[in-house]
Each structure stands twice: as structure tokens, then as C-alpha cells.
Design a protein around this ligand. Structure first.
Ligand code: SF4
Ligand code: SF4
Length: 93
């Protein structure tokens, strides 16, 4: 039987850094210049949460797919690789 996304996500683990490797450059742009806050849709790690009128970034769950570097229509996300030894770790099923 096919695994759900949630089940598949148990195949990865994270070693989160204390400092985020993702930065929203201008929070006002998210509120005023972005219809639909699409980073909440395209991010497979469910990192971006739009609550009230502010974007919250749960960087610890980032899959390092790089999509937010090209997906944000306002170039409003600064994305760097996590520092060495941190970030996602894949393991075999
Ligand atoms: S897609 Fe970019 S501008 Fe839009 S809400 Fe997300 S970070 Fe902000
Ligand atoms: S790199 Fe991928 S998983 Fe990480 S925040 Fe961006 S879209 Fe989400």
C-alpha cells in the first residue's frame, strides 16, 4: 500500500540549527503584495504558516528542496543551506 506523505516524512529526520537558514526579507510584502501567500502552498515541508497578517517560518522542517528560491513571486525569501552538520538527514526505507 502506498505511504502517505506523513509516513514518508518519518523516513527523514532533522538536526535543526539554532539559527534559521530562511529569512523573510520584508514581512510587509507578504501582507500587501502577495495574493494567496503561495509559499504556504508550494513548500513540501509545510514551513510557511500565514497567521493573522504575518508569516511564520518553521525552518526546522525544511527539506532543502530550494523551491522557495524560485517560487516566491516577490523574491522575498533569503535561502541558504543550513550550516554544515545541520538540516535534513535522509535514511533508507
Ligand atoms: S510567497 Fe513570498 S511574498 Fe508571498 S507570502 Fe510567501 S514569502 Fe511572502
Ligand atoms: S527549501 Fe523547500 S522545503 Fe525548504 S522552505 Fe523552501 S520550499 Fe520549503
Amino acid at each position: 500500500m502506498a505511504k502517505t506523505i506523513e509516513e514518508k516524512q518519518y523516513l527523514v529526520r532533522y538536526k535543526a540549527d539554532k539559527k534559521s537558514h530562511l529569512t523573510i526579507l520584508n514581512h510587509d510584502k507578504c501582507a500587501t503584495e502577495c495574493e494567496g501567500q503561495i509559499c504556504t502552498l508550494f513548500c513540501p515541508g509545510d514551513v510557511y504558516k500565514w497567521e493573522g497578517d504575518r508569516m511564520f517560518v518553521g525552518y526546522e522542517g525544511c527539506h532543502e528542496c530550494g523551491s522557495c528560491r524560485i517560487g516566491c513571486p516577490n523574491d522575498n525569501i533569503k535561502w541558504e543551506y543550513p550550516k554544515g552538520g545541520h538540516g535534513i538527514v535522509f535514511r533508507l526505507a
